[in-house]
Design a protein around this ligand. Structure first.
Ligand code: MRU
Length: 352
């Protein structure tokens, strides 16, 4: 089963239904977001997470933000609330560019529609269509990335992945995991090692759950075991997603990905990033300009809600790190595979 990560229910007065990822794998619970604060909190607290999924959630969140307007309000007022909603939702998480990418699309589309002097209802219907388009395009991009990249999973291979870049991170069948789903469909036999992904355990809780349900051979390891598995020859490829890729190919992903890229280079193992074009930020030259989210100290000092570090300890909790393009064998996108990524071949592949 490919899980339904998020779905819009109804028309312009509808709501956003999410699979609450904070409760997986213990409980499969749906969360209804009916006000913009609920969408913001769902993104911030990782009820919905993963770069493409938060982009889609943000887009629908804008419609929810505009529902506070009286139906007879002026369209200019609608545009004002549209812009406020985009700014508010964009402040929920800074690293994944898919969020601002989707919000900018809604804002630009809204301003274009409003120029035609239409009613608020027409403006909101147009924005809902744009959010639906973002949702549907994401499903399609996931499928294409899987098809473009499954060749990198050889029969009998051992694959290492980090965090969760599966269906739960997108509207479709995932990015990195999409390759695995496609390879599995083709009857290839391979073994996946999933880093548990401290501190929030997206690997142990989400990736293992998704792959196990799909009938793919998956083994969880703690993050610090990855290098030793590589040294033992158990890993033939590392495959992860990304949250923001700079013009030169430097790629931000879940904290720990950078270390994996160094370990992979040391052990001469190919390192693949799988990401749709919506994850590229061609406005920044290199990974140095990627904003890195820092999260609550409690995520590090506690384990399963139990405090494990001393009271008053200092904590540093960056949620992402940046892997240099030079350590990435290829970036797999819906538009094609970018071998040895650099500014030139990225721009060429993405048609920019
Ligand atoms: O903090 P998260 O769980 O949102 O981090 C997610 C990741 O780092 C994923 O690897 C990334 O978004 C790619 S998902 C297709």
């Amino acid at each position: 089963m490919i899980v339904e990560t998020l779905k819009w229910i109804g028309g312009i007065d509808g709501y956003l239904e999410l699979t609450d990822q904070r409760q997986l794998p213990g409980k499969y619970v749906k969360l209804e977001c009916r006000d913009i604060g609920g969408v913001y909190d769902a993104i911030k607290t990782l009820a919905v997470r993963g770069a493409p999924a938060i982009g889609v959630a943000g887009a629908y969140g804008v419609i929810i933000g505009m529902q506070k307007l009286a139906p007879e309000s002026a369209t200019e007022q609608g545009v004002k609330v549209l812009i406020e909603s985009c700014e508010y939702l964009n402040s929920s998480r800074p690293t994944a560019v898919n969020l601002s990418w989707a919000l900018n699309r809604l804002r630009e589309e809204g301003e274009k529609i409003a120029d035609q002097k239409v009613s608020l209802k027409v403006l909101m219907s147009g924005l809902l269509s744009e959010a639906d388009a973002i949702y549907n395009e994401d499903i399609e991009m996931c499928r294409k990335m899987g098809e473009n990249g499954e060749k990198f999973i050889k029969d009998g291979a051992g694959i290492l992945t980090h965090c969760n870049a599966g269906a739960l991170a997108t509207a479709g069948q995932g990015t990195a995991l999409s390759l695995m789903f496609e390879a599995h469909k083709k009857g290839k036999k391979f073994k996946v090692y999933a880093d548990e992904t401290r501190p929030l355990l997206q690997g142990a809780r989400l990736t293992c759950w998704e792959l196990q349900q799909a009938g793919i051979d998956v083994t969880v390891i703690s993050d610090n075991m990855a290098g030793w598995l590589m040294k033992q020859g158990k890993i033939d490829a590392v495959i992860t997603g990304a949250d923001r890729i700079a013009a030169n190919g430097d790629a931000a992903n879940k904290i720990g990905t950078y270390s994996l890229s160094i370990l992979a280079a040391e052990n001469r193992i190919p390192f693949y990033i799988v990401a749709p074009s919506s994850t590229f930020d061609l406005s920044i030259k290199s990974g140095e300009q990627i904003p890195i989210e820092e999260r609550s100290p409690d995520e590090v000092t506690q384990f399963g809600g139990i405090q494990v570090a001393p009271d008053g300890i200092k904590v540093y909790n960056p949620a992402f790190d940046v892997t240099s393009a030079s350590n990435i064998t290829a970036i797999i996108t819906e538009a094609g595979v970018i071998e040895k990524p650099n500014t030139e071949n990225i721009a060429k592949c993405l048609g920019k």
